[in-house]
Design a protein around this ligand. Structure first.
Ligand SMILES: [Ca+2]
Length: 500
């Protein structure tokens, strides 16, 4: 063993001793579904009602450049659990279910093995290859997850039925289940790790009437400056083949109704978060419980005329991320970090909090250093992928806090391969493609893109339909050479939904 390696091992053992010598902190991971970044009051939205998340942001660190490296539920959820990019875990609609051996490396499984009391409630959003959903029961001390999309009606979620009378809407029932979990966990004397996986604000919408009522006074909601189809014409033709452009035109036809329901669902999540934070206080756990809040992907609420996620543009790929560590001195609280963070960082962060080693095999990095030093960074650039849906809408992008480069392949419908470059500092709404204007930035971003493309080629999981993407996403390979390699990825369930 080399001297450097000995030092690393000694440092790790020292850290573990320090953490276990004290009391290992509890961890609560709060996860909404399809929530775009500007839908928390603390992020500057003056219409949405999120008092508990605002408080959390005021006490913790609020991240402004948090991206979901694959902006779709199933893939993003597995990236969060495993710390791996989609092309490494292989889990997405039309690609495949998760391998058991990868799930065994996920944060809930490893923390349970390390002596944490673990719990999960809400939407799981994926399956493990060859397993029945009920087998998740064995992976947690308490499990109230549901298969598929779960239901907003509490009574339709098998594991939440006993909360249905008091909390008929599943979002608050998730909060009530979590309260009980925390109380049970306290009795065990173990540290706990609770994952709360809300269905909200995923469509089809069905907000709690309690929350909808809170928005009665707002008749007209503000729209972002890039709202509407007319503000999407400058974007690639390929992006317009995506589901985000073809479906869900409700945002355009009745924006006020759609945004009111969307916000009300998020306000419901906020209320459940409030229930959980209140319980921590009641149980005297609020000083030793780290709380993380984020979402599995962003959402285009009519931005550029799009709805939904999948696309690499800001609204679809960015979500809020708030981390609150009450153990830190007050001087570190209420900070904002513009560092580039991703869904792949959650597992590494949770391992770091618990004292477990962060495996070098993971793509994600611990964000804990940013809590004390929010102006620092954990990376220079981050890749964004879409391997799902129609082949023309597959894309690969790289982003920095200042710039975004997107490569769109040619398509079978007479589309030309397209490069997009946005200056996110000057143009956060991506209204101008400067790929032909700023050659220096373009070259810089293309060099980052090449590095990520090489990693994709070297590290992709075999057998889940990713093998052709290093060629498909290579801007230097002609369409003629790729044409036969492209394939759309869908699922029977999605096709059925689309017909309906
Ligand atoms: Ca989602």
């Amino acid at each position: 063993m080399k001297f450097k390696e000995i030092i690393i091992v000694v440092c790790f053992l020292l850290k573990l001793t320090l953490i276990t010598g004290q009391e290992r902190p509890n961890i609560i991971f709060l996860f909404s579904d399809d929530q775009t970044i500007n839908t928390v009051g603390a992020y500057g939205n003056k219409e949405i009602i999120t008092p508990n998340l605002d408080k959390l942001a005021n006490k913790g660190v609020m991240f402004t450049n948090h991206y979901n490296t694959t902006s779709i539920c199933m893939a993003s959820r597995v990236s969060v659990l495993t710390g791996l990019y989609e092309y490494r875990h292989g889990t997405n609609f039309g690609h495949g279910d998760l391998d058991r051996k990868l799930f065994d490396e996920s944060y809930p499984v490893k923390l349970k093995k390390a002596g944490y009391y673990t719990g999960f409630v809400g939407k799981m959003g994926f399956n493990i290859k060859g397993q029945n959903f009920i087998q998740f029961d064995n992976d947690f001390d308490e499990f109230a997850g549901g298969p598929g999309q779960t239901s907003y009606e509490t009574s339709k979620n098998k594991k939440l039925v006993k909360y249905a009378n008091k909390y008929p809407h599943a979002t608050r029932a998730n909060g009530a289940w979590s309260k009980n979990f925390i109380k049970n966990a306290t009795k065990t004397g173990k540290p706990f790790c609770l994952s709360v996986s809300f269905k909200a604000p995923h469509r089809p919408v069905s907000p709690d009437p309690i929350d909808l009522k809170k928005y009665e006074s707002i008749k007209t909601f503000s729209k972002p400056i890039n709202f509407g189809v007319e503000n999407g014409e400058h974007l690639s033709k390929q992006s317009h083949t995506s589901r985000a452009a073809n479906q869900y035109r409700y945002w355009i036809t009745d924006y006020n109704k759609s945004i009111r329901e969307y916000y009300a669902l998020i306000t419901g999540v906020d209320a459940a978060v409030g229930m959980i934070l209140e319980t921590l206080k009641e149980e005297g756990l609020d000083k030793n419980t780290i709380v993380i809040f984020t979402s599995d992907n962003g959402y285009n609420c009519g931005a550029h005329g799009f709805a939904g996620k999948v696309l690499p543009y800001e609204e679809g790929s960015k979500s809020p991320l708030i981390i609150y560590d009450p153990r830190l001195p007050k001087k570190h609280q209420g900070k904002v970090s513009n560092a580039l963070t991703g869904n792949i960082d959650i597992a590494a962060t949770i391992f770091d909090i618990s004292g477990l080693p962060v495996s070098k095999n993971m793509d994600g990095k611990s964000l804990i250093p940013l809590l004390k030093k929010p102006t620092s960074k954990v990376r220079e650039f981050l890749p964004l992928f879409n391997f799902w849906g129609v082949s023309e809408a597959h894309s690969m992008a790289v982003v920095t806090p200042e710039l975004k480069y997107v490569y769109w392949n040619s398509g079978n419908n007479n589309m030309k391969s397209t490069e997009e470059l946005f200056n996110l500092e000057k143009d956060p709404f991506e209204m101008k493609n400067i790929a032909n204007e700023d050659v220096e930035s373009l070259n810089k971003m293309k060099s980052y893109y090449s590095k990520e493309l090489k990693l994709l080629e070297n590290k992709l999981i075999k057998g889940n339909g990713y093998e052709n993407f290093p060629t498909i996403f290579n801007p230097n390979i002609s369409w003629e050479e790729k044409r036969d390699l492209v394939k759309s990825f869908s699922s029977k369930k999605k096709k059925k939904t689309a017909k309906n």
